[in-house]
Design a protein around this ligand. Structure first.
Ligand SMILES: *Cc1c(COP(=O)(O)O)cnc(C)c1O
Length: 446
C-alpha cells in the first residue's frame, strides 16, 4: 500500500515510541523492511533504501542470521503445540530439554537452571540468589557485590548498580542505586592468533599483578559485607568493548573462594562461542558458581535468559528460610523461546568452531588498515568481535550512514565503532563489514 506523504513509518514512530537511550525527538530511525541471512533491508527516513549486512547481529543475538529455516521450523512446530503456559506447577519439554543441554555444555558442573525473560532480569535473579545464599549460610549481612569498573550488566536497578559507576547510570539515579564495591578495570590484554591458529595472550603483567593486589585489598576490607563477585569474563561488552587477560578471571575465582563469595559470571554477551570459546569463562578454565546467559540464547528470535548454578548453590537455597529462589516471572520458560533456543543451540554446536575463528581471521586482516587512520587509537579483535576505537566520540548518524552507503548496518557508541556479525556471514560479507567500518571511520573522522 503506498503511504500518504509525510506518514512514513519513521515519522509515525518519532515522538510516539521510545528507543534505547534515545530522546523522543531524536533522529528518526531506519525502518526494517525485511531481514534474511546476514542482511537487513532498510529504508532511511528520507525514503532511500539500503541492503545491509548486519554488523551488529542485532546486538549479539542473531548469531544464525535472520529467517533461519531450522529456527523458523522450531518456532512453527512449537506454535502448533502451544505458545505459552504458566510455569508455576507446570512444566514442558522445551524447558526441560533446554535445561539439560545448557547444564551439559556450561563451564563447570552446573546443576540448576532458572529461566528469566531478559538478560537484566537474569542478573537481578543472580544477585538476589547470592543474598539468599549468604543468608542461608547465616551471613545475612553480606549484601553488597564486588565488581570491576567498565562493566555492563543491564538496565534494571540492581543490575545498574554493578555497571560502571562513571559511564553507567549512577549519575542519573543518585542515591537510589545500591552502593557496590568497585575494583579498577582489569588491565587490557590482546589475544594474538598466529598463522596456524596458535593463540597467545599479551598483557602488561606488572599491571595485572598490581590490579590483583587492589582486588585482594578491596575484598579483605569488605569481606563481611560482600555476597558475590560479578563480572563479564575476558570481554566487557557495552561498558567499552575491552578485553582482559584470563588470569584476571582466575584471580577473581581465587578471591571469591578465599572470602566465601559466589562468583557470578555474566556471559550474556560472551556466551555461545562469540569470543572464540563456547563460553568466555573457558579461556581461564574457571568454573563459576552462577552463570547468566541471554542474548544469543534463542538466536535472536525471542527474549529469553537463564541463570545456571552449581548444586552447592542449589542446596544452599533449598536449605534457606524460604527454600525457593524468590523470583517467578509471568513469562518464565516461555515454550516458544525455549524451543527456538534448543534449535539455536544445535546450530551453534554445529558451526561456531569453524565460523568464529574464520570471522576473527578476516576481521583481523581487514580491520588492520584502520590502525593507520589519524583518529583511531586502537583496533582489537577477539573471536568474532572486532573493535575500532577513536580518540573522540563517534559521530553516530554520520558513521551509520557512511557504513550503510557501503552496504553495512553498524551502530557505534561513545568512541567505538565495532562489529559482531552473525556466524553465518560469508567471507565476502565479513570483508564488506570490515571495509565499511574502516571506510566510514576514515570518511567521517579524517
Ligand atoms: C545486554 C547485556 C545485559 C542485559 O541484557 P538485556 O537482555 O538487555 O536485559 C547484561 N549483561 C551483559 C553483559 C549484556 O551484554
Amino acid at each position: 500500500m503506498p503511504e500518504p506523504a509525510g506518514s512514513s513509518l519513521a515519522s509515525r514512530d518519532r515522538g510516539l515510541v521510545w528507543h534505547p537511550y534515545a530522546p523522543l525527538d531524536g533522529p528518526e530511525p531506519y525502518a526494517v523492511e525485511g531481514a534474511e541471512g546476514a542482511r537487513l533491508t532498510l529504508t532511511a527516513p528520507d525514503g532511500e533504501r539500503f541492503e545491509a549486512v548486519d554488523a551488529m547481529a542485532s546486538w549479539w543475538c542473531a548469531v544464525h542470521g535472520y529467517r533461519h529455516p531450522a529456527l523458523d521450523d522450531a518456532a512453527r512446530a512449537q506454535l502448533e503445540r502451544f505458545s505459552h503456559v504458566m510455569f508455576g506447577g507446570l512444566t514442558h519439554a522445551p524447558a526441560v530439554e533446554l535445561a539439560e543441554r545448557l547444564t551439559a555444555i556450561a563451564p563447570g558442573p552446573m546443576a540448576h537452571v532458572f529461566y528469566a525473560d531478559s538478560g537484566s532480569v537474569s542478573v537481578e535473579v543472580a544477585l538476589k540468589l547470592a543474598l539468599q545464599y549468604q543468608a542461608a549460610r547465616s551471613r545475612p549481612r553480606r549484601q553488597r557485590f564486588l565488581t570491576v569498573r567498565g562493566g555492563y550488566h543491564g538496565d534494571t536497578f540492581a543490575a545498574m548498580s554493578v555497571c560502571d559507576p562513571v559511564d553507567g547510570m549512577h549519575a542519573a539515579f543518585p542515591g537510589v542505586l545500591a552502593s557496590q564495591v568497585f575494583a579498577p578495570r582489569p588491565p587490557s590484554a590482546r589475544l594474538v592468533v598466529g598463522e596456524s591458529g596458535e593463540e597467545h595472550w599479551e598483557t602488561d603483567e606488572l599491571a595485572v599483578e598490581e590490579w590483583a593486589g587492589q582486588v585482594r585489598a578491596l575484598a579483605r576490607a569488605h569481606t563481611d559485607e560482600l555476597a558475590a563477585i560479578v563480572v563479564e569474563p575476558v570481554l566487557q561488552g557495552a561498558g567499552g568493548m575491552r578485553v582482559h587477560h584470563p588470569d584476571c578471571l582466575r584471580l577473581l575465582r581465587q578471591v571469591a573462594d578465599e572470602h566465601g563469595l559466589l562468583l557470578v559470571v555474566d556471559e550474556i554477551a560472551t556466551g555461545f562461542g562469540r569470543t572464540g570459546r563456547l563460553f568466555a569463562s573457558e579461556w581461564a578454565d574457571v568454573r563459576p558458581d552462577v552463570l547468566c546467559v541471554g542474548k544469543a540464547l534463542t538466536g535472536g528470535y525471542l527474549s529469553l535468559a537463564a541463570v545456571l548454578t552449581t548444586s552447592l548453590v542449589g542446596e544452599a537455597i533449598t536449605r534457606s528460610q524460604f527454600r525457593a529462589l524468590l523470583h517467578g516471572p509471568t513469562f518464565m520458560a516461555n515454550p516458544l523461546a525455549c524451543a527456538v533456543a534448543g534449535a539455536s543451540l544445535t546450530l551453534v554446536e554445529a558451526g561456531w568452531k569453524d565460523d568464529v575463528p574464520r570471522i576473527g581471521r578476516l576481521l583481523t586482516t581487514h580491520l588492520a588498515p584502520a590502525t593507520h587512520l589519524p583518529r583511531v587509537v586502537d583496533v582489537r579483535v577477539l573471536g568474532a568481535v572486532g573493535v575500532v576505537q577513536l580518540d573522540e566520540p563517534v559521530d553516530v548518524p554520520a558513521v551509520t550512514l557512511a557504513a550503510l552507503r557501503r552496504g553495512v548496518w553498524v551502530r557505534p557508541f561513545r568512541d567505538l565503532v565495532y562489529t559482531m556479525p552473525p556466524y553465518v556471514t560469508s567471507d565476502a560479507d565479513v570483508r564488506l563489514v570490515a571495509d565499511a567500518l574502516v571506510g566510514a571511520v576514515g570518511e567521517v573522522h579524517p
